[in-house]
Design a protein around this ligand. Structure first.
Ligand SMILES: C[S@@+](CC[C@H](N)C(=O)[O-])C[C@H]1O[C@@H](n2cnc3c(N)ncnc32)[C@H](O)[C@@H]1O
Length: 259
């Protein structure tokens, strides 16, 4: 399991790896972080006419939400298939290829920058936040949301079972996951934290097929078939009456003002 807590060990920032799973991400995971969006947008003072960049925008679900709210939305993602999908779905938004440490926008372009389930993939979080500060107007706001510590996430139970099947060690939680981790990173980069919290972000799969494909996103067909029984057995505590699964998880979020 990657530090991101994302399915299929998608812990690297390689654009090609994320590109290969763009369709699966949109189908199985695309909007699952939506419960954290309202807290982020309120604390980041995002509203009609605000200029907002979504960093690591994936397949563009948050961008769509912003566009519908009258926000002047843009997105950026290093995975070409992710950025292409986000752009095609949101013709009213500017979506470019790029990573958080090299944002393809001029200084002072945005009133707010958001990063949902993405900052943990930066090679260097300090460099990433310095680059975010560069594209913000003075006093602009950054909003970050990402996985809380593994003990709060049912997904980690399933991913631990997968790691054990391979006799692999489960990596420890990264620093951004713990209580106060996002705030420390922001303060260290010179931002002034104005809000933070934790949100439930359950993930549901209506059947075994989507459970297995969701958890093992990014694995090849043979590995997926081999590990399917492990995933189904590990997820049995999370079955819901009537069929399917509901995994309870949590995201921490923090919003801060640029230096
Ligand atoms: C877990 S997905 C989340 C996508 C979207 N934010 C969402 O909430 O559905 C992580 C995204 O971060 C992108 N990513 C990976 N490394 C990155 C980096 N260094 N800078 C910006 N985005 C990155 C991936 O390509 C992928 O689209």
């Amino acid at each position: 399991m990657g530090d991101g807590g994302d399915p299929g060990d998608m812990d690297g920032g390689g654009g090609e790896r994320w590109s290969a799973v763009a369709a699966g991400w949109a189908e199985l995971w695309g909007s699952f972080a939506a419960p954290v969006w309202p807290s982020l947008l309120t604390a980041a003072q995002v509203g009609r006419g605000t200029r907002v960049l979504d960093v690591g925008c994936g397949t563009g679900e948050l961008i769509g939400h912003l566009v519908r709210a009258g926000v002047v939305a843009a997105g950026v993602d290093p995975a070409p298939a992710m950025a292409r999908t986000a752009g095609e779905r949101n013709p009213g938004a500017t979506v470019r290829d790029g990573d958080v440490e090299h944002l393809p926008f001029e200084d002072g372009t945005f009133d707010a920058v958001l990063a949902v389930n993405a900052l943990q993939f930066a090679d260097d979080v300090d460099d990433a936040l310095a680059e975010v500060a560069r594209v913000l107007v003075p006093g602009g706001r950054v909003g970050i949301a990402s996985w809380a510590e593994g003990a709060r996430n049912d997904l980690d139970v399933v991913e631990r079972a997968v790691a054990e099947a391979y006799e692999e060690d489960v990596p420890p939680d990264g620093p951004l996951r713990a209580a106060g981790g996002l705030e420390s990173a922001l303060v260290g980069a010179g931002f002034d934290v104005v809000g933070s919290g934790i949100a439930d972000v359950p993930w549901s799969a209506p059947d075994d097929d989507r459970l297995v494909r969701g958890v093992l996103l990014g694995e090849d067909e043979g590995t997926t078939a081999e590990l399917a029984p492990v995933v189904v057995a590990a997820a049995s505590p999370f079955r819901v009456p009537g069929g399917g699964y509901r995994l309870a998880n949590a995201f921490r979020w923090a919003v801060a003002v640029a230096p």
